[in-house]
Design a protein around this ligand. Structure first.
Ligand code: UDP
Length: 480
């Protein structure tokens, strides 16, 4: 098995969402840099995410394109990425389409005969397919060991059942640190229990993960040693921390080509940042899925202006109106902020911005990729979780790493419209706290140390580099 040239060959089958596609590209590049050949399976509209970046990788990374069954699942044509999914009904249809891909994956494995399959959590049948062809399946998880540990303990002990209301705090038992949560901070999926379609799917995914070879994580050992050890112990699962994976993008060109085409000329963006003092700009971006109401965007605009800070704000759209930016911004907002604030409508070259020396803080929705990218850039963060593991990631940054402050978005739910608006005063306060307040310097120093640790982890002989080398070596001998 493996490629004709005898090289170790790995097939990646990522979920069609940017938070999964982008780190998959980075991981494929990491495998290739360790001498492996990587193939990424992608739908026609998602393939460009990889195409731009892999041109210069020669034959080490290739793409296999397959059709996404949007129509068969009742989705509008062209909906091949979670970015375009709105509401519960469309979400169900999207995952119905995802669930139709079993045969596609099986065909790829049969044709390509890789040595190993890296498939997302959302493809529960992939462990079975890998077993059929006698190859190991690794699960890629877009989160860290802290969040894993919290989730595992919530499932094991169900401590939220003892809380008398959604906002009463309860302790998550047996963790290395004292961690309290409220029911508002737990995904509805967990609270609703086994009776829902989604929970049944989640259980299948977890079961399939248990039978897989192990899990690769975009994290590094030194970031969360107690939780890496703890999670391995309580779950019995094998994990490899191989991140921060975004650090494989070293040159400006790499960062420009990473992911989706930006809605701003990257060099204009750099020029704007070049004209600013070090650590003087705060970057606000809520990832590729989260959307806020017009009322919330209005509050953010007021807060940014009142904070007196220079900023880059990425605005994707909002839950109430799809495109009318003028109505969300306060009157004459854009004229007043000229030179001081840069608004990117759509997609930003995030890693390029975070890594620039003028960027001094990050307001984030706590998607795990964004958290790892913020850590890699050595930035203090304002945390504003939205859904899934993001509330746990907030706790990790604010309470364990102590490199951020929470904006106070406590009552979040899968649908943004149910979340109360965070008022401008709270946002302004949090922005000042990480940019200019007394505690900002301490947070920045801690964040800088983490950045150095992150960079050491991916260097030759660093923990992430060694973990990946050891993994590839072990897999090359499979079955032992
Ligand atoms: N991203 C980007 N530009 C944007 C928005 C997002 O480059 O305007 C990238 C970001 O760098 C990260 C990914 O998209 O790598 C988003 O993943 P994350 O886990 O942070 O959040 P999600 O989008 O999955 O909620």
């Amino acid at each position: 098995m493996g490629s004709k040239d005898g090289k170790f060959r790995v097939l990646f089958f990522p979920l069609m969402a940017y938070g999964h596609l982008i780190p998959t590209l980075d991981i494929a590049r990491l495998f290739a840099s360790h001498g492996a050949k990587a193939t990424i399976a992608a739908t026609p509209l998602n393939a460009p995410v990889f195409a731009r970046a892999i041109e210069k990788c020669g034959t080490e990374i290739s793409i296999e394109v397959f059709p996404f069954p949007s129509k068969e699942a009742g989705l509008p044509e062209g909906v091949e990425n979670f970015e375009y999914v709105r509401g519960a009904e469309m979400t169900n249809k999207f995952f119905k389409a995802v669930d139709m891909l079993e045969e596609t994956l099986e065909r790829f494995v049969e044709q390509l005969r890789p040595n190993c399959l890296v498939a997302d959590l959302f493809f529960p049948w992939s462990t079975h397919i890998a077993a059929k062809f006698n190859i190991p399946r690794l699960v890629f998880h877009g989160t860290g060991s802290f969040s894993f540990s919290v989730s595992e303990n919530l499932m094991l002990y169900e401590p939220y059942k003892n809380a008398s209301s959604d906002d009463e705090e309860f302790m998550v038992p047996n963790l290395p640190d004292e961690i309290k949560l409220t029911r508002y901070q737990i995904p509805e999926l967990v609270l609703l229990g086994a009776d829902t379609e989604l929970m049944r799917f989640a259980k299948l995914a977890i079961e399939s993960e248990r039978r897989s070879y192990g899990i690769i994580l975009n994290s590094f050992y030194e970031l969360e040693p107690a939780y890496v050890d703890y999670y391995r112990k309580i779950s019995g699962r094998r994990t490899w921390q191989i991140g921060p994976v975004s650090l494989c993008n070293r040159s400006i060109e790499d960062k420009v080509q990473r992911g989706k085409k930006a809605s701003i000329d990257e060099y204009d963006c750099m020029k704007w940042l070049d004209s600013k003092e070090p650590n003087s700009v705060i970057y606000i971006c809520f990832g590729s899925i989260a959307m806020y109401s017009a009322a919330q965007l209005h509050e953010i605009a007021h807060a940014l202006e009142a904070s007196g800070q220079q900023f880059i704000w990425v605005v994707r759209g909002c839950t109430d109106q799809e495109s009318n930016y003028q109505e969300w911004f306060p009157k004459d907002f854009e004229t007043r902020i000229e030179g001081k604030g840069l608004i990117i409508r759509g997609w930003a070259p995030q890693v390029l911005i975070l890594d620039h020396k003028s960027t001094g803080g990050f307001v984030t929705h706590c998607g795990w990729n964004s958290i790892m990218e913020g850590i890699s850039a050595g930035l203090p963060m304002v945390t504003w979780p939205f859904f899934a593991d993001q509330s746990y990631n907030e706790i990790f940054v604010t309470q364990i790493l102590k490199t951020g402050v929470a904006v106070g978005a406590k009552q979040w739910r899968e649908a943004a419209s149910e979340s109360p608006v965070v008022k401008r005063e709270a946002i302004e306060k949090a922005v000042r706290q990480i940019m200019v307040a007394e505690e900002a310097e301490e947070m920045r120093n801690r964040a800088r140390k983490l950045k150095e640790m992150a960079r050491r982890a991916v260097e030759e002989a660093g923990s992430s580099y060694s973990d990946l080398s050891a993994l590839i070596q072990e897999l090359s001998c499979y079955p032992a």
